[in-house]
Design a binder for this molecule. Structure first.
Ligand SMILES: Nc1ncnc2c1ncn2[C@@H]1O[C@H](COP(=O)(O)OP(=O)(O)OP(=O)(O)O)[C@@H](O)[C@H]1O
Ligand SMILES: [Mg+2]
Length: 355
């Protein structure tokens, strides 16, 4: 029997046969393999994913392990999985939020479709996966995020720096902290964007993988100026499935594309209703419209969230459903969505990282 000495080259060659199913490149080319150690037949290496929220985490690490196990002479393979979120913010971000790797706006064409609900649950789900996550409530007209995140205290300020309030592992700042509560706010777009820029600059976010930004509703003056003044990696569009809401959402989407903001995906909220008594499924607002539109426009579809009283109660009580009912199908739907969103962000840079 011939004795096989395993070499690093053989390990790398084996790993070159494994592709990231979403980024469509092999793990070595993507720079995901680090710290290879070979001790006789025992091989250890680190698999560095592009996000801790990677939905294919175990699939990729199993494939990597199996590939290396096939190298002659290998008896044992130890894969350490970690993640390193790449920066996909645009130039303006360097100045405003240098420690934020990705800023993702959540927008809608219509009000009341569940932007804030989606923002909070996405942010908490990303944090739960291990990503450093912040949440900015930029909805100057109806800042609901503090309530939905169960935050009652004001942010600490010192030396003209503002320190976010943290809950459920997410660092939160709301415009609501800085505007008088008893007076209606009548701000024009430029004022809103100036205030947001100031706020972004003054907040001590620390290192963040993802900053989720809950935008004001609609496609009017305020959200339009905002998306142009905030350094966005991309935007998520929330819609409900009935055609009027969808039409507005598609107008919003076109607006973002016009101003050059990548659309990371569409979410269908209040997609269907499962009767808690008989489990019968009812498609109240008709169903699947957002997926069809996403396919038609070639934009990613990030998933659907059921209409569910628990989601509303969780929001009202300041405990997003991914915290209050982590084992529920609703929470699972949000986690799945967070994973898909993180993948979309990773994909923005796949081409770059491979060169
Ligand atoms: N999937 C859902 N099931 C049940 N209730 C929901 C769901 N999504 C959102 N809601 C409820 O609908 C209401 C509106 O949701 P939310 O505040 O998230 O919408 P929004 O788009 O942020 O609204 P606005 O345009 O006013 O900012 C809230 O009471 C929320 O709890
Ligand atoms: Mg809202």
């Amino acid at each position: 029997m011939t004795e096989h000495t395993v070499t690093e080259q053989q390990v790398l060659d084996a790993l070159r046969t494994v592709q990231d199913p979403e980024l469509h490149k092999d793990l070595v080319t993507l720079g995901m393999i680090q710290d290879i150690h070979i001790d006789d037949g025992a091989v250890a290496f680190r698999l560095v994913l592009t996000t801790p929220a990677c939905p294919l985490r175990s699939q990729i690490s199993n494939a990597a392990r199996e590939a290396v196990e096939k190298v002659p002479g290998v008896q044992k393979v130890d894969v350490q999985v970690s993640a390193n979120v790449q920066r996909h913010n645009r130039a303006i971000a360097e100045e405003l939020i240098p420690c934020v790797r990705n800023s993702i706006a959540v927008a809608s064409g219509k009000g009341g479709v569940g932007k804030s609900t989606v923002s909070t649950n996405l942010a908490v789900a990303l944090a739960q996966s291990g990503a450093l996550t912040g949440l900015l409530d930029a909805d100057i007209f109806g800042p609901n995020i503090p309530q939905m995140m169960g935050i009652t205290q004001e942010p600490r300020q010192s030396d003209s720096r503002i320190y976010p309030v943290e809950n459920y592992g997410v660092k939160v700042i709301s415009m609501g902290f800085f505007v008088p509560k008893d007076r209606p706010v009548i701000w024009r777009g430029p004022m809103v964007s100036q205030a947001i820029q100031q706020l972004l600059r003054d907040v001590e976010w620390g290192d963040l993988d993802y900053l989720i930004i809950d935008l004001p509703p609609g496609t009017g003056d305020a959200p339009l100026t905002l998306v142009q003044s905030i350094p966005l990696t991309g935007v998520v569009i929330v819609t409900t499935p009935q055609s009027v809401a969808l039409a507005d959402a598609m107008r919003g989407l076109a607006m973002f594309q016009r101003v050059g903001v990548p659309v990371l995906g569409i979410v269908e909220n209040m997609s269907y209703y499962i009767c808690p008594h008989c489990q019968e499924r009812t498609e109240i607002f008709s169903y699947g419209g957002a997926r069809r539109e996403a396919e038609r426009l070639g934009v990613p579809f990030l998933g659907e969230i059921p209409l569910d009283p628990q989601i509303r109660i969780a929001g009202d009580e300041g405990k997003p459903v991914v915290v209050s009912e982590p084992g529920s199908p609703q929470a699972e739907a949000f986690r799945l969505m967070a994973g898909k969103l993180a993948s979309q962000v990773s994909m923005l840079g796949a081409a770059k990282s491979a060169t």
